[in-house]
Design a protein around this ligand. Structure first.
Ligand code: HEM
Ligand SMILES: [Cu+2]
Length: 604
């Protein structure tokens, strides 16, 4: 293969204008950083929306005059309007899932890491890659514009169930706000699809010499499997969104049943079915939650191995369970619909597949623990966040097994118990992995080190803040507190939960505030952090053999040549406690699976 892609010619790179180098760049590293920084900005916005939600749930009905002056639309006379509350809930979920986590993990880390970790100079289709990023800001603009249209932003939840999302007259946010929501999502999905095509092709076609599939770091495997999952799942939501737009604007009736009344006015639609949307949405929705958790699983695997100075335990099982999770994730969507009146036998079928998918997740968890077992553990900030990921993933995974049982879920469905479940297993776990990845790869991205002391402060406050915020929600769910509820003070059975809700809200404010430590560390270190060497963590994978930050084209005239798998930590009879993937073959081969010395699992 010719490695000198035309736009990567070293002589022309220096001559690229500022715009072509940093704004409309086709370099995967710049695009990855663009995706990451934009996602970070969206995370702040999503976090502020969460604070609005908690403000209302902690002190429902209370008036905040200052906020009233700042947000006269959403908080007239300082009191949060119902429409704004529902918009905040909807937009918080939408932004965090699609516009923060998906974009950060695949667009940000995926773009930056895949070519560097497989020894390529760039993605297979750099122009498509640039196009993928540049669909993201327009999608943001369309989404956020909905706050300023009549009726305000969509209020039907991040799952956009019809008829609330189908009938413009159903609720304030069901008007133009919902239309913009659907268009924004459709544009962003196209960006994801462009990205996925690129990641898949790049991993299959551009691996450097010696980099067989079974020598790929687990981060790359995870991103590869995720891309396949996205490519198969997102088109379903795209199609559903277009069908819903037709229902709203074109007079079709895919999702709206006949004979519906809004107030006393009959709705002019003939014979659709709102359940069709639920099926289409969750056929994407459940794979989507794995789109958000597989890349963290990969990144955490690499960070744990590096900081325990041990080979990852059960590499092949790790790969196999990711593939199994991806496959099974297409067969479990019905566990979101137990209360939709499905046949009990169907519920049992979905319960079974849901419990089966817990098996590969458990295999991965045990393998991570086995990797840590008797390791020489370094408690770097990256490692702390990776360990935090394990804790959060297990906490949230266990309640998943509870919710998988239809008789139990019929009680818990649409309560705060579900909110607690997915904030642990998905939201918080994925964010912890993203923090771990940032502390770990920041030196490679920007050529400078983050401050480790601030990193530890950030970790402990965030870890405590997450448990304080989300753990009590299990109890609120037990007591029957409904999710997306605007006025808990009006329900007799929720009166006793008022102090708990105040506590959760205060914890959420502390959690949010603690993130300023990270932002300060991030932006200060960008300019003032100590210069990073090539390989500050003593890591084995290819990106650490390139300069920090890597130049355009990543490698010098010759591509790196891979000699071994990615986990040669503390190898027997070697001078240092790791062997880079490129170290000459004369050095003992170590414990690569299938090579001399067994399966990479024994410590000696
Ligand atoms: C690791 C990845 C996982 C993620 C990211 C995840 C995410 C989610 C999310 C977002 C929801 C909320 C849906 C809603 O809006 O109502 C949810 C609900 C659910 N999850 Fe998970 N989950 C994961 C693992 C599991 C596991 C391991 C199980 C079971 C073994 C499970 C079982 C369920 C069930 C049954 C529900 C439906 C609850 C209801 O709507 O009443 N999840 N999950
Ligand atoms: Cu699911």
């Amino acid at each position: 293969m010719a490695h000198a892609l035309p736009h990567l010619d070293a002589r022309t790179v220096g001559e690229l204008s500022f715009w072509r180098r940093y704004i409309f760049s086709q370099d995967h590293k710049v695009i990855g950083i663009q995706y990451a920084l934009t996602s970070m900005a969206m995370a702040v916005l999503g976090g502020v929306l969460a604070l609005f939600i908690r403000l209302q749930l902690g002190w429902p009905g209370r008036s905040w005059p200052l906020l009233g002056r700042l947000f006269p639309g959403g908080m007239p006379e300082g009191q949060m309007s119902q429409a704004f509350y529902l918009a905040a809930v909807t937009m918080h979920g939408t932004i965090m899932i699609f516009f923060v986590l998906t974009t950060l993990l695949t667009g940000g880390f995926g773009n930056f890491l895949i070519p560097l970790m497989i020894g390529a100079r760039d993605m297979a289709f750099p122009f498509l890659n640039m196009l993928s990023y540049w669909l993201y800001p327009p999608a943001i603009v369309i989404l956020l514009a909905s706050f300023f249209v009549s009726g305000g932003a969509a209020g039907g939840g991040w799952t956009a169930y019809p008829p609330l999302s189908a009938l413009p007259q159903a609720a304030p946010g069901s008007g133009l706000g919902q239309t913009l929501w659907l268009v924004a999502l459709a544009v962003l999905i196209v960006a994801f699809l462009f990205g996925s095509l690129n990641y898949i092709t790049t991993v299959l076609q551009l691996r450097t010499r010696g980099m067989s599939m079974l020598r790929l770091p687990l981060t790359v495997w995870a991103l590869f499997v995720t891309a396949i999952l996205s490519l198969l799942a997102f088109p379903v939501l795209l199609a559903a969104a277009i069908m819903l737009l037709f229902d709203r604007l074109g007079g079709t009736s895919f999702f709206v049943p006949a004979g519906l009344l809004v107030g006393t006015t009959p709705v002019d639609h003939a014979g659709g079915d709102p359940l069709l949307w639920q099926h289409l949405f969750w056929f994407l929705g459940h794979p989507e939650v794995y789109v958000l958790i597989l890349p963290p699983m990969g990144m955490v695997s690499d960070i744990l191995a590096n900081n325990a100075r041990k080979p990852i335990f059960g590499y092949r099982f790790m790969v196999g369970s990711m593939v199994a999770i991806a496959f099974l994730s297409f067969l479990v969507w019905g566990h979101h619909m137990y209360t939709s009146g499905m046949h009990p036998l169907l519920g049992t079928a979905f319960m079974t597949t849901t419990l089966v998918i817990a098996v590969p997740s458990a295999i991965k968890t045990f393998n991570w623990l086995a990797t840590l077992w008797r390791g020489k553990i370094r408690f770097t900030s990256a490692m702390l966040f990776a360990l935090g990921f394990l804790s959060l993933f297990v906490t949230g995974g266990l309640t998943g097994i509870v919710l998988a049982q239809p008789p139990v879920d019929i009680y818990f469905h649409d309560t705060f118990f579900v909110v607690a479940h997915f904030h642990f297993v998905m939201a918080s776990a994925a964010i912890f992995a993203a923090f771990a990845g940032t502390y770990y790869w920041f030196p490679k991205m920007f050529g400078r080190m983050l401050d480790e002391r601030l990193g530890r402060w950030h970790f402990w406050l965030t870890f405590a803040g997450i448990y304080a915020t989300f753990f009590p929600m299990h109890y609120a769910g037990f007591m029957g507190m409904m999710r997306r509820i605007y006025s808990p003070q009006l329900y007799a059975h929720l009166q006793g939960l008022a102090p708990l809700n105040v506590f959760v809200s205060l914890a959420a404010f502390v959690l949010f505030a603690a993130q300023s430590i990270f932002l300060y560390n991030f932006f200060r270190s960008l300019f003032r952090g100590p210069r990073a060497e090539r390989n500050p963590w003593g890591a084995t994978t290819l990106e650490w053999t390139a300069p920090s930050p890597p130049p355009h084209g990543n490698w010098g005239p010759a591509l790196p040549v891979v000699q071994r798998w990615a986990y040669e930590y503390s190898p027997p009879n070697a001078a240092q406690d790791f062997l880079p993937q490129t170290a000459p073959a004369a050095v003992p081969v170590g414990r690569e699976p299938g090579a001399l010395g067994g399966d990479g699992e024994r410590r000696r």
